[in-house]
Design a protein around this ligand. Structure first.
Ligand SMILES: [Cu+2]
Length: 452
C-alpha cells in the first residue's frame, strides 16, 4: 500500500528532474551555478512571473493596521505585541523553499545561496557583478541605491542574536534590527519596501536570515509558533495552476523537514535525515566542496538520491543506503559544465511600479512615530467644504483661522482618517489657515487655503 502510494506520488510529478538542497554562501558557488541561477531567475519572470506574485502577495499582507480589521493576518512585525500572529521566520523559510523549488524545476543542481551581509559590505563585492546580482538592476528597473542608507549589521550584532534564548525575543530582535533590516535598507530600490521580493537579492538575503535561524535553532532547540497556519501556504492559494501546500509553521522549524542543509567553509554535513522523495522523485545534493554524509542520513528501500561533488564525498558512520534504494554518488571533475540552456537571452522586463513601493516600514519599536500623515487636502480653493485625508485613523482637532489670526471654527474628530469641515459657505472670500493637531498635541497640518 505504501509502495503504491509512492508510485502514485512519482507519477504526480511531471517534472522528472529533481533536487533537494545544499545551500551555501554565493561565494562557494561555481561559475556554472551562478550563471544557471541567474538564468533561472530570468526565466521565472517570463510567463506567470513568480517574482512579482511573491512580491505582490508580500506587500498585500505585509503589516496591517490591526485596528481596522483585527482578524486579518500579516507577515511582519507582530512581536512583541501579538505573538499569536507571529510567522515571520517560518513564512520566509517557506517562501525561500517555494522559490528554490521553482529554480530546481529549471535546473535541479542549483540551490539558493546566501549573502552574509555582516561581513560582505563592499560596494565592489562580487555579489554585485554584472553577471551575478548586478545583472537585474537595470534589466528589471529595480532602482537600487547600494550603500546609500545604513547601517549594515556587524559581526558582533549577529553574534549577540545567538545569545538570546527566548524564541520570540530572538525572532523580534532579528526581524527589527540590522541583521534583517540592514541589507534591505542598504540595497535601496524595491528592497526597503513591501515589494522587496521583486529584487533577486531578497532571496540571497532571506536565505541568510534563514541560516541565522537555523544556527540559532541548532543551539537553543526551542523554536515554536503559537499559530498553526500561514497565509499563502494554507492549502487554498494557487500559483500557475498549482495549489500550494498547507504548511504548519511548527513543522518547518528544522530545515531538514524541507530537505535543506546549510554548508559553510568547504564542508556540507548531511545528517539526521531520511530521503523520502516528498517533494522530488530524486533528491539531488550538489556541493562543489566536501560532502560528508552520515550520522543517520538514511536512504530507505525504494528511495532515490543523488549526491554530487567536485572535491569529494565521504560516507561516515551512520550513513545508510538500503539495498533497494537508488543512490548515485558522483565526483564531477568537469568544472566547465555545459550550460543547461546554452547562452540564454536575458530578457529585460521592468516592473510596473505602484504606490506600495513607497510605503514606510517601521523597523524598530523605538523608531515608531505615531504622528499621522496628511495624504491629501481638497479642494483648494474651496467654496463650502474642505476634505482632509489621513494615512490612518486618528483623534484630532481641526481649527480654521482667518488671516488676522482669529479663530473661525474648531472641531474635534474621533478615530477617523477622513476629516470633512462643512458649512464654510458663510465665510467671505480670501485666505484662511487650517491647523490639524493630533491627540499628542503635534501639529500635523498647517495650510493656507483660499475661499472662493
Ligand atoms: Cu518579508
Amino acid at each position: 500500500m505504501k509502495h503504491l502510494y509512492k508510485i502514485l506520488m512519482l507519477l504526480c510529478f511531471v517534472h522528472t528532474l529533481s533536487g533537494q538542497s545544499i545551500r551555501k554562501s554565493y561565494q562557494e558557488m561555481t561559475d556554472y551555478e551562478k550563471a544557471e541561477l541567474v538564468d533561472a531567475f530570468y526565466e521565472l519572470r517570463e510567463g506567470p512571473d513568480l517574482f512579482n506574485d511573491l512580491a505582490v502577495f508580500h506587500s498585500q499582507f505585509f503589516n496591517f493596521d490591526n485596528t481596522i480589521d483585527p482578524t486579518r493576518r500579516d507577515l511582519h512585525f507582530n512581536l512583541p505585541d501579538e505573538p499569536e500572529r507571529e510567522i515571520f521566520l517560518a513564512w520566509h523559510r517557506q517562501q525561500m523553499f517555494e522559490m528554490e523549488q521553482a529554480v530546481q524545476n529549471i535546473n535541479p543542481r542549483i540551490s539558493l545561496a546566501y549573502w552574509q551581509s555582516p561581513s560582505d559590505q563592499a560596494l565592489d563585492s562580487p555579489l554585485w557583478d554584472e553577471d551575478f546580482m548586478g545583472s537585474f538592476n537595470v534589466n528589471w528597473d529595480l532602482r537600487r541605491n547600494i550603500g546609500g542608507n545604513g547601517p549594515m549589521p556587524t559581526l558582533g550584532e549577529l553574534a549577540s542574536l545567538y545569545n538570546i534564548s527566548d524564541f520570540f525575543q530572538f525572532s523580534n530582535e532579528l526581524e527589527r534590527r540590522n541583521v534583517h533590516r540592514g541589507a534591505h535598507v542598504w540595497t535601496g530600490g524595491a528592497m526597503p519596501t513591501p515589494l522587496s521580493p521583486r529584487d533577486p537579492i531578497f532571496y540571497l538575503h532571506h536565505t541568510f536570515v534563514d541560516l541565522v535561524w537555523h544556527i540559532w535553532e541548532e543551539i537553543h532547540e526551542n523554536s515554536a509558533f503559537i499559530t498553526t497556519s500561514m497565509l499563502r501556504y494554507d492549502g487554498t492559494y494557487a500559483f500557475d495552476g498549482e495549489t500550494l501546500p498547507l504548511v504548519n509553521p511548527n513543522d518547518i522549524t528544522d530545515t531538514r523537514s524541507l530537505g535543506v542543509f546549510y554548508a559553510a567553509n568547504g564542508v556540507a554535513n548531511l545528517n539526521n535525515y531520511i530521503v523520502s522523495n516528498t517533494y522530488r522523485p530524486e533528491e539531488y545534493f550538489y556541493y562543489q566542496y566536501l560532502i560528508e554524509a552520515g550520522d543517520n542520513f538514511i536512504i530507505p528501500d525504494g528511495a532515490n538520491c543523488r549526491i554530487e561533488s567536485v572535491n569529494g564525498i565521504k560516507f561516515l558512520p551512520g550513513f545508510e543506503a538500503a539495498s533497494g534504494s537508488n543512490l548515485v554518488a558522483t565526483i564531477d571533475n568537469n568544472t566547465s559544465l555545459q550550460r543547461l540552456s546554452g547562452n540564454k537571452t536575458r530578457v529585460k522586463k521592468a516592473y510596473s511600479f505602484d504606490e506600495n513601493i513607497n510605503a514606510t516600514i517601521i523597523w524598530n519599536e523605538d523608531d515608531k512615530d505615531d504622528t499621522p500623515i496628511i495624504i491629501d487636502t481638497y479642494p483648494n480653493p474651496f467654496t463650502e467644504k474642505i476634505t482632509i485625508k489621513l494615512n490612518k485613523n486618528t483623534n484630532c482637532t481641526v481649527s480654521v483661522y482667518n488671516m488676522m489670526g482669529g479663530l473661525i471654527r474648531e472641531e474635534a474628530f474621533q478615530n477617523t482618517n477622513t476629516i470633512i469641515i462643512n458649512k464654510l459657505y458663510g465665510l467671505s472670500t480670501g485666505f484662511y489657515v487650517i491647523n490639524v493637531v493630533d491627540a499628542a498635541g503635534n501639529i500635523i497640518l498647517a495650510k493656507r487655503v483660499i475661499k472662493m
